[in-house]
Design a protein around this ligand. Sequence first.
Ligand code: PLP
Length: 459
Amino acid sequence: MLLTVTGTGPRSRARALAAALRAAVRDGTLPAGTRLPPSRELAADLRLSRGVVTEVYGQLLAEGYLTARQGAGTWVAELPGAVTVPPPAPPPRPHSGPPPTDFRPGLPDLSLFPRAAWSAAQRQALAQLPDAALDYPDPRGLPRLREELARLLARRRGVAVHPDGIVVCAGVSQALTLLARVLHARGHRRIAVEDPGSPPQAPLFAAAGLKTVGVPVDGEGVDVAALRATGVRAVVVTPAHQFPHGVVLSAARRSELLDWARSCGGLVVEDDYDGEFRYDRAPVGALQGLAPDQVAYTGSVSKLLAPALRLGWVVPPPALLEELVEAKRTADLGTSVPDQAALAAFAAGGRLDRQLRLCQRAYRARRDVLVAELTAAFPGLRVSGIAAGLHVIAEFPAAAGPRARLERAAAEAGVRLRHLDEYAISKGAPSLRLRYVLGYAHLREPVLRAGVRALAARL
Ligand SMILES: Cc1ncc(COP(=O)(O)O)c(C=O)c1O
């Protein structure tokens, strides 16, 4: 307890402690209902003899400031006019009726998080960490994790990287922040992003001093001619599964994009946010593998394990590496070492691969159910972006519209839909087309079925 107890002998220290406790009770620092520490602990904290503390507790009990409950310690008593600890809020009332079906994109099934295997990895990692590893970390990340990541990224994503070329960070979001700071320090003031894209990126880049410039996306991915016309020299793209359109960047566009980067000394930031979830054939390798000097590759465990872990990585072009490490050092002195060690142990035990297989099976089945239900319930509905990722785009037939009617019916059916317009970077007039982004990975099959059927029935 933060109490000031001065005095030379035991008598004057006891008087000072009693006065400090009375004042704390009266002014609400110690509200009624607060449990006081056992006399032995308070004595040790305040460097007093235990006898002084028991004497003071006895005195304040007699004065009515404190109460003692048999075997349950010493508590601050109710004093007229004194502050009371508020009673705990009542638990929220359980939701009645069917739960809403929220087709929020970008969310994995959090109930598939491998709690037992993750805690085992945490225990194993902590037991093996030497004391020295609990000091401030290397801002690049734990060497053991970087070695695991280098192997994994090379094998699964075709990323060309040495462990020393990886910087561990708090998800793709922090990777983008750090890259933005490096670019700003190098004189950049604008960064191009896909349009539609990820709206949270604009404030993230603005905080680093960069203005976002939207570049249109078509059926092959980002429009490189439009990118070239902006004159901007850095662009963030999602080649494996464009967010939110879901298109895979075509081979022709991949080489066009890398030609653009080489011709103007530009930087391509490859956000591989859900690149491993490809269902119908092997995932397309990362762009970075084709041009490590032009591409900064970034990814995280947010889709494979859980966003709450805040663990990710960035592989910048070698020329930016040292500046990026310094940006990471300045941002937070490095990522939590016990968390990094747990991820390293988890990956080394083959658990990341197993988790990917498990999630891929589950998400593919869910995608199939969603697509089948949608096309059965809404003849003429078109689905795209289904080859990969955790969401699809559904374009409802005109007969299901207009938009306001469809969206009202969805709300009444307990279905949360997000129109593609919500992801527009440059806002124009609302689109009349009924194109919605439907995340399905977090919804079990019966929920997906019930959601689509409830919407169809309401319409
Ligand atoms: C386009 C895109 N990139 C990246 C991420 C992941 O960010 P992070 O790794 O910081 O969790 C998301 C999250 O939903 C996203 O939508």
